[in-house]
Design a protein around this ligand. Structure first.
Ligand code: SF4
Length: 370
């Protein structure tokens, strides 16, 4: 099994905190889409397994593509891969792109899951983040999607934002629950140096939240969502029963994927490669890659990292069978300290972080690396 990812690195406006590769030159989109078709033809054989389980349009802002352009890419994939088992085709979207006309056209496509970058339902926070939409536009967008029959909607929210008091986060989560989002991704705001937020911190205009605030925000998100029936199945992801993100879950299980577009990453099982062309170069058909071969140590560390971020954690039998008994013993030994303080549980041949301790995942993962 494998998955397919289309990367659309265009944004009309740059969010304060965003460190992803993106450009504002949306006039390049038609040319870029043309080249993406060519890349798809040329690189389909990068993944060994031609059976796809999911397709994902990520960005940037994929909703800047016309629905027709989206469907043409999906149709093209159907000519190259066996898509009979594809259950999920996701479009990341900005709420203000999804007007009635756009949604009507989207209904003619195979997109069956929408991931909305909403981030907050508080206009003050949205302005601070330089988002394109307001809280009411986000709300109306979800309502429009519901009316059009979309029943698999994911909402992104950001917590750990300083300067707006305590209530906005509670209200944001309540609103996401009220709107019945099937899936919620909740990320802590991070300050990256080369962003507007990074400049604000350097100038003393923004003071990141304290560790205590981070922890209390994290706990609030988890408490409210779990109480509302969401499963906390990955450090940053919550789902209603049967609505875990299939595409991302495949990624966390180490399934191979093909990424198409400027800045897209691909993984074949032995090799990881990423397109380093700028959108401009890409639009001119100049596609350059960098790659790295994964060693056994890389594979193991990657498995530790992705699996420990999920509720299921590490399969100890898999470790013994693939990397040897000694490796399994090493991990168990290094996990002992965490186990004693309740941050790691071992049961049914699995070693996992209880969801209440997910906050420590980065430190735990690092300590278990080979
Ligand atoms: S819309 Fe997404 S990719 Fe674009 S600037 Fe904002 S956070 Fe970054």
């Amino acid at each position: 099994m494998a998955t397919l990812y289309f990367h659309i690195p265009f944004c009309k406006r740059i969010c304060t905190y965003c460190d992803f590769y993106k450009v504002g030159a949306i006039e390049l989109i038609p040319r870029v889409v043309e080249v993406m078709h060519r890349e798809l033809d040329n690189r389909a054989s990068y993944i060994k397994d031609r059976h796809l389980t999911s397709i994902y349009f990520g960005g940037g802002t994929p909703s800047l593509l016309q629905p027709k352009q989206i469907e043409e890419l999906i149709d093209h994939a159907r000519t190259l891969f066996d898509c009979s088992k594809v259950e999920e085709i996701t479009l990341e979207a900005n709420p203000d792109d999804l007007n009635e006309e756009y949604i009507a056209q989207l209904q003619q496509t195979s997109i069956n899951r929408i991931s909305l970058g909403i981030q907050s339902f508080d206009d003050r926070v949205l302005t601070f983040m330089n988002r394109r939409h307001s809280a009411s536009e986000a709300r109306e967008c979800v309502e429009r999607l519901r009316k059009a029959g979309y029943n698999n909607i994911s909402i992104d929210i950001i917590f750990g934002v300083a300067g707006f008091g305590d209530e906005w986060l509670r209200e944001t989560i309540s609103e996401a629950i009220k709107l019945g989002a099937e899936h919620i991704s909740a990320y802590h705001l991070t300050v990256e140096e080369r962003t507007r937020l990074g400049i604000m911190v350097r100038k003393g205009e923004y003071q990141p939240v304290s560790e205590e605030q981070s922890e209390s925000d994290y706990r609030l998100v988890e408490e409210m969502l779990c109480k509302a029936g969401y499963e906390h199945y990955e450090v940053s992801n919550y789902a209603k029963p049967d609505y875990r993100a299939k595409h991302n879950s495949a990624y966390w299980r180490g399934v191979e994927y093909l990424g198409i577009g400027a800045g897209a990453h691909s993984f074949s099982g032995d090799d990881r490669r990423w397109c380093i062309s700028s959108a401009k170069e890409y639009s001119e058909g100049n596609i350059r890659f960098e790659s790295e071969e994964l060693s056994t140590t890389d594979h193991l560390n990657e498995y530790i990292m992705t699996s420990l971020r999920t509720k299921e954690g590490i399969d100890l039998q898999h470790i013994s069978a693939t990397y040897g008994k000694k490796e399994c013993e090493r991990i168990l030994k290094q996990a002992l300290g965490w186990q004693e303080r309740g941050a790691i549980t071992i049961a049914n041949n699995r070693l996992f972080i209880p969801t209440s301790e997910f906050m420590l995942s980065d430190a735990i993962i690092e300590s278990l690396f080979l």
